[in-house]
Design a protein around this ligand. Structure first.
Ligand code: PMP
Length: 436
């Protein structure tokens, strides 16, 4: 019998295999981000440029991971490389304020409709943590409404209801007392949210991904977003848009510009820091302003919202962030990325249709989702099938998560053609293994 795709993957990537075995001795499971879990072993990459990357065994890939969505201008964009090179020799941490953080915040306030004030963190996880703290301090109410299937990072306070079954949190080790602060609601069901908000007085915030859960895996109804805005305003509840993915991607001003719905608070990460670590919370002056010190010691000690963080708005991330935001402010990169995104989805659907397999590619703007089970708006139910698909695509020169991809502004027609060809071969491999 012919070798399976997984056997071929194992045989052709000895360098990755060796590194993973070494990693397993010092890193749990050998990986440092849960999404890198892959059997028989994950890929080890040594270099990347533009829309492509190369593994340690010398294979070239069209890349749709794109720094988990951070690299909107592709790998090692010259303007970003130059900004970081220029800054690194001037110092990476001053233990002091610096002008770049001011410029970075100014640019965010110019682009993002809800941003009057900006405070920096280092990751999207920290940003949602801080946004919830601000909302609770502002309203004096502890409970948070979160939607089923929405992901807001890995801290305890947002670990409920991420993946089905929604009554099981995304991790072990989360105290029941923390989970009790989160009220889960179904996405796209405005009546359910209306009932929930009317039924209790202790809700301080509603947080959501404006693309729909898990960057649009569960597509959102724009009318629902408007209704959420109306209901939260009516109940005096802080509305938080988690724009870690959508920020600067859906439009220069993010999903709030794209849908014309302005939240009270916004969390930003990924694109905001130009591919370096960095994130932000921004929003109205009266809420984000709760972080400012004043003359009253009582205020400073017990009513002010506190935040520290050694690397907040460090000069290197600020330099990269400024370079990124200045490149995308005019919306030109979005035109390119969105066009390629639409071409990619159409090309994959064409491959699926011709091969007669029940798969579908979908997504908004420059985001790709794939359901190999033909069920748009659901999470994979047959993980083995996605695993084969992912390995087969890598064999044919494409690295993409099994069901999402990020298209950058530097993916060209050549990359889309190569990806369609890789998908044709991958589908044929899976058909040969009777995977469908
Ligand atoms: N919110 C959303 C919507 C995300 O997609 C992510 C990460 N993919 C996060 C928060 C967490 O961001 P980070 O990985 O920077 O902690």
């Amino acid at each position: 019998m012919a070798e399976t795709v997984v056997e071929r993957y194992r045989k052709t990537r000895p360098g990755s295999w060796a590194r993973w075995e070494r990693a397993c001795r010092v890193i749990p499971g050998g990986i440092t981000h849960d999404s890198r879990y892959l059997t028989p072993f994950p890929l080890y990459v040594s270099r990347a440029a533009g829309p492509r990357k190369w593994d340690v065994d010398g294979h070239e890939y069209v890349d749709y991971w794109m720094g988990h969505g951070a690299l909107f201008l592709g790998h090692a964009h010259p303007a970003l490389v130059e900004a970081v090179r220029e800054q690194v020799s001037r110092g990476t941490h001053y233990g002091a304020c610096h002008e770049l953080e001011v410029e970075w915040a100014e640019r965010i306030t110019r682009l993002v409709p809800s941003a009057e004030l900006v405070r920096f963190t280092m990751s999207g996880t920290e940003a949602t943590h801080l946004a919830l703290r601000l909302a609770r301090a502002y309203t004096g109410r502890p409970k948070v409404v979160k939607f089923e299937g929405h992901f807001h990072g890995w801290h305890d306070g947002v670990s409920a209801g991420v993946n089905p079954p929604f009554d099981v949190p995304m991790s072990a080790g989360i105290p029941g007392g923390v989970l009790d602060q989160v009220l889960l609601a179904p996405q796209n069901d405005a009546a359910a949210l209306a009932r929930l908000l009317a039924s209790r007085q202790d809700i301080g915030a509603v947080i959501l991904e404006p693309s729909g859960g898990q960057c649009g895996t569960y597509p959102i109804d724009p009318a629902f977003l408007m209704e959420v805005r109306r209901l939260t305003t009516a109940h005096g509840v802080v509305l938080i848009f988690d724009e870690v993915i959508t920020g600067f991607r859906y439009a220069p001003g993010g999903a709030q510009e794209y849908y014309g719905v302005t939240p009270d608070l916004t969390t930003l990460a990924k694109i905001v820091a130009g591919g370096l670590p960095g994130a932000a919370v921004c929003g109205t002056r009266d809420i984000v302003g709760l972080m400012a010190f004043g003359d009253d010691p009582q205020w400073n000690r017990s009513r002010r919202v506190a935040q520290n963080g050694t690397y907040n708005s460090n000069p290197l991330s600020a330099a990269a962030g400024i370079a990124m935001l200045s490149q995308l402010a005019d919306g030109k990169p979005h035109e390119a990325a969105n066009a390629r995104g639409a071409e990619l989805r159409a090309a994959l659907n064409d491959v699926f249709r011709r091969a007669g397999v029940p798969c579908v590619a979908y997504g908004d703007v420059s985001i790709l989702h794939v359901s190999l089970e033909g069920a748009q708006g659901t999470k994979p139910k047959n993980p083995a099938l996605y695993h084969q698909w992912r390995c087969a695509l890598m064999l044919h020169g494409v690295d993409v998560s099994a069901h999402h991809g990020w298209v950058s502004a530097v993916h060209g027609e050549r990359e889309i053609e190569e990806t369609a060809e890789a998908a044709r071969r991958a589908v044929a491999d899976l058909q040969a293994e009777r995977a469908f």
